[in-house]
Design a binder for this molecule. Structure first.
Ligand code: SF4
Length: 358
C-alpha cells in the first residue's frame, strides 16, 4: 500500500499515455527548438524520450510550425501536445496535423466562439485539450476583484473556463494552473482539486535555472503530490529540457511514486573522517554509469563508518579508505581495491550485477 493516496481523477488519453484515474504520474517537457525545424525538433524529442519523457509539448507560433507538426507527430516516439497562444486557427491547424492534444489558454484566445471552434475540432479528432491558466493571461476583472493574480483569482478563472467548456458539451480535458510562486501553485492546485475531477498537470512556471528552479518546483510539487494531487508533471527549468526529465524522475522516485529510469545514487556529504577524494570519485562513478537505465541503487561513501549500514540498503556500494576502497554488494564486502583501480573495478562489478539481474 502506497504511503500516498492519490486522488482518483477522470482518466483521459494523450495518444498512448493515460493521464488521471489509476494511471501513474506522467512526465512531460517541452521542446525549445524552432518547431519548423523538424529535424532538430525530432532530435530533441528523441533525446527527451530516451531520458524517460512521456509527453512533449511543441510551441506553435505560425502556420509553418503547425504544418511541421504533421511530420513531427509521424516520427515522434511519444505523444505531441501543440502549445498555442492567441491564434485559435493555429490550434485547429495543429489538430488537423494530427497532434495528440492541444494546450490552450482560453484567456488569451479571445472571443469564446474561437475556443468553441477549437473544441469542435478536438471533439471531431477525439483528442483532449489542456486548459492552461496563469497569472500572465488572467482576466482583468479577476485581477481587479482579487487585487492581483492571487490563487483565488486563478482558480476562479480556471473554474469559469471549465464550466463554459462543459456547457458546450466538451469534457475531454486536463487542467493546469501555473504560477512562478510555489505557494500560489500549491494553493491553486489544492483549491481546484476540490472543485473538479479533471486530471491536473502540475508545474511551477518560470522557476529559473538549476538550484532555484529545482527547489521552487520540488517544494511546490512535493506538497501537492504528497496530498495525492497531480496526474502529470513538468519541472520547468531555464536549461536544456532534457535536464527537466532527470529532475522529474528524481522527485517521483524520492516520493516513492515512480521508479527512476536510471541509477539511484546515494553519496555521503563528506566530513573530517574522509580518507578518499569522494567528491571526484562520486562524480566520476556517476559519469561512468550514466548510460545505465536500470533503477538500481548505488551508494558512494567516504569511509567505512556508515558504509556498511548504508550499503545494506543499496545494491552496490563503495566505502572509501586511505588509498583504497571497499566494494560492497547488498551489505557484503566483495573486495578491497587500490584507489587507482577502484572506479574501473566498480564499473565492472556493476555490469556483472546487471547481467545477473537481467
Ligand atoms: S560516510 Fe564517513 S566520510 Fe562520509 S560523512 Fe559519513 S562519516 Fe563522514
Amino acid at each position: 500500500m502506497s504511503w500516498i493516496k492519490r486522488k482518483k481523477t477522470k482518466q483521459i488519453s494523450i495518444g498512448s499515455i493515460k493521464i488521471g484515474g489509476d494511471a501513474q504520474i506522467a512526465v512531460q517537457s517541452m521542446t525549445n527548438t524552432d518547431t519548423k525545424d523538424v529535424n532538430s525538433t525530432l532530435a530533441q524529442i528523441e533525446r527527451l524520450y530516451k531520458k524517460g519523457c512521456e509527453i512533449v509539448r511543441c510551441a506553435v507560433i505560425d502556420k509553418e510550425a503547425a504544418k511541421a507538426l504533421k511530420t513531427i507527430k509521424k516520427n515522434s516516439p511519444i505523444p505531441i501536445i501543440a502549445d498555442i497562444h492567441f491564434d485559435y486557427k493555429l490550434a485547429i491547424a495543429s489538430i488537423e496535423a494530427g497532434v495528440d492534444c492541444v494546450r490552450i489558454n482560453p484567456g488569451n484566445i479571445g472571443a469564446f466562439y474561437k475556443t468553441k471552434e477549437i473544441l469542435k475540432s478536438a471533439k471531431e479528432h477525439k483528442i483532449p485539450i489542456r486548459i492552461g491558466v496563469n497569472s500572465g493571461s488572467l482576466e482583468k476583472k479577476l485581477i481587479e476583484k482579487y487585487n492581483g493574480p492571487t490563487s483565488e483569482a486563478l482558480v476562479e478563472s480556471a473554474y469559469n473556463w471549465i464550466k463554459l467548456i462543459e456547457d458546450f458539451g466538451f469534457f475531454n480535458m486536463k487542467i493546469s494552473i501555473k504560477s512562478s510562486d510555489p505557494k500560489t501553485t500549491i494553493l491553486c492546485n489544492e483549491k481546484i482539486s476540490k472543485l473538479t475531477d479533471y486530471p491536473l498537470h502540475l508545474g511551477v512556471t518560470e522557476a529559473g535555472s538549476s538550484m532555484e528552479g529545482i527547489v521552487k518546483s520540488t517544494s511546490a510539487l512535493s506538497v501537492l503530490l504528497r496530498k495525492g494531487i497531480g496526474d502529470t508533471i513538468r519541472i520547468s527549468l531555464s536549461e536544456p529540457p532534457e535536464n527537466e526529465i532527470d529532475v522529474c524522475y528524481e522527485l517521483l522516485n524520492s516520493l516513492h511514486l515512480r521508479k527512476k529510469h536510471s541509477i539511484d545514487f546515494v553519496s555521503c556529504p563528506t566530513c573530517g573522517r574522509i580518507e578518499i577524494d569522494l567528491i571526484a570519485l562520486a562524480d566520476e562513478v556517476k559519469k561512468r554509469l550514466s548510460g545505465i537505465d536500470k533503477p538500481i541503487k548505488v551508494a558512494i561513501m567516504g569511509c567505512v563508518v556508515n558504509a556498511l549500514g548504508e550499503s545494506r540498503e543499496a545494491d552496490l556500494a563503495i566505502a572509501g579508505g586511505r588509498h583504497f576502497g571497499l566494494i560492497i554488494k547488498r551489505g557484503k564486502i566483495l573486495k578491497k581495491v587500490k584507489e587507482d583501480r577502484l572506479i574501473d573495478e566498480f564499473v565492472e562489478v556493476v555490469n556483472e550485477f546487471l547481467q545477473e539481474e537481467s
